[in-house]
Design a binder for this molecule. Structure first.
Ligand SMILES: [Zn+2]
Length: 434
């Protein structure tokens, strides 16, 4: 059981890490080093030997290994990113980099994504050092840079260049799971992530004949692009139920006592009401047009028009995704991936999933644990290249009114102290039994 000091430390560490501004504006504009040094110092105080790793100066990652008692057991990776998305102070009730603790709540950017989890990991391993606890499996701890952009300076760099540090790791746990989802009707659901959709950020280029805006032009690049973008934005992707999504729907239906009919998931989602939101983005692929760029003067038809589309695809559907994009863009518009990441699928019937479930149920007996698939992606994508199966497990028990999904990258991001305490207890229990 996590001790009193661990419960104090998780709050202090969350607050301290928030105060270290690690805003990632993309394009390399971020400096995680002070946060990495902070985390490494806390690990070193607990007798670990963390290493700091950088591809680019200032973009620092931290890796440490805690030796388990059973050398034949597979190792477990526990990872959290150190960077955060930008925050506009003027929009916030409390300064986003103050880390202020007010009325039992820690405020600031990273409070749920994911300096909270970084702090929990630190608090747990330090409590173990005080108590002399050693886990059964080796536990590899990684704090990464650059998760909120390309991961090139973070987990991607670690997977490519420092694979040996992750030797023996078969499974990993990190963000976006085991938080409280209130359905608005008294039920509390704890979704644990066992999969991620793949990322397909695309650039579309339409070519045509440049010319005077007053002349007949049937090869207008803007018209061609607009037509393709409309087809893509309005496309109804077919239902594709992956094993994780099937399990999510089946378990949610059981929570609500609804007849499970996986042949008609849309109707089932309707019946699930607000809880359906946990699944609705993952029953099919998606393509959202997000950027348009063409022309420089109203009476000049440009020879080229460019758009960007945020595509996400489910595990096992990549070929279909590409073929559909070829068809929707048509002969006059080319498309390519600007950023492409794999889709992930993790088993929900594994001993590790069962242990995560048991740890949550022990401290939140009122909750219903269900597996789910993330609609977006995390560092688990990069670590999957090392054969590591990723789960989303960063436990938080949130009171009603704390909309986790809205706080993620949102204004007034904050986390209750009680939620951090729950996180430490559950993470401690899971890692001891993992
Ligand atoms: Zn995150």
């Amino acid at each position: 059981m996590a001790d009193e000091r661990a419960l104090d430390e998780v709050v202090t560490f969350t607050s301290d890490l928030i105060r270290i501004d690690t805003t990632n504006r993309g394009g390399g504009d971020c400096r995680e080093r002070p946060a990495a040094e902070y985390a490494a110092a806390r690990l070193a105080e607990a007798g670990l030997e963390p290493v700091l790793l950088e591809r680019v100066p200032g973009r620092t990652n931290v890796v440490a290994r805690l030796e388990g008692t059973d050398p034949s057991a597979d190792a477990l990776l526990v990872h959290g990113h150190l960077d955060v998305v930008p925050a506009e102070a003027a929009d916030w009730s409390v300064h986003p980099f103050s880390g202020e603790v007010r009325d039992g709540v820690v405020w600031g950017r990273g409070a749920v994504d994911m300096k909270n989890m970084d702090a929990m990991i630190l608090a747990v391993v330090r409590a173990w050092a005080r108590e002399g606890v050693r886990p059964r499996r080796d536990v590899v701890i990684a704090f990464t840079a650059d998760e909120e952009a390309s991961a090139e300076d973070g987990s991607g760099f670690l997977a490519d260049r420092h694979a040996h540090l992750f030797e023996g790791c078969t499974e990993g746990v990190s963000e976006s799971g085991a938080f409280t989802f209130h359905d608005g009707d008294g039920r509390q659901i704890y979704p644990i992530a066992a999969g991620e959709r793949g990322t397909a950020w695309m650039r579309l280029t339409a070519r045509g004949r440049a010319g005077h805006g007053s002349k007949v032009n049937r090869e207008n690049a803007v018209t061609r692009l607009a037509a393709a973008i409309t087809r893509i934005g309005e496309h109804q992707w077919p239902l594709r139920l992956t094993p994780t999504v099937r399990a999510a729907l089946t378990e949610l239906a059981a929570v609500y006592g609804i007849q499970t009919d996986l042949s008609d998931p849309d109707t089932l989602l309707d019946k699930l009401g607000t809880a359906g939101k946990l699944v609705e983005a993952t029953v099919r692929n998606s393509t959202n047009p997000t950027m348009l760029d063409a022309g420089y003067k109203v009476n000049v038809v440009p020879g080229e028009a460019v758009a960007r589309v945020d595509g996400r695809y489910l595990p096992g559907t990549e070929d279909e995704f590409r073929a559909t994009m070829d068809r929707l863009t048509g002969p006059d518009v080319d498309w390519e991936f600007e950023h492409h990441e794999v889709a992930l699928q993790a088993p929900v019937d594994s001993p590790t999933f069962a242990r995560m479930r048991a740890a949550v149920e022990e401290f939140a007996p009122e909750g219903h644990v269900v597996p789910y698939c993330m609609s977006g992606g995390t560092d688990a994508k990069q670590f999957s290249r090392l054969g590591i199966t990723g789960y989303g497990f960063a436990p938080l028990r949130l009171p009603e009114g704390f909309d986790y999904q809205a706080l993620f990258h949102g204004v007034d991001e904050r986390v209750p102290v009680e939620a951090l305490h729950f996180g430490v207890r559950v993470l401690d229990r899971f890692l001891r039994t993992a």
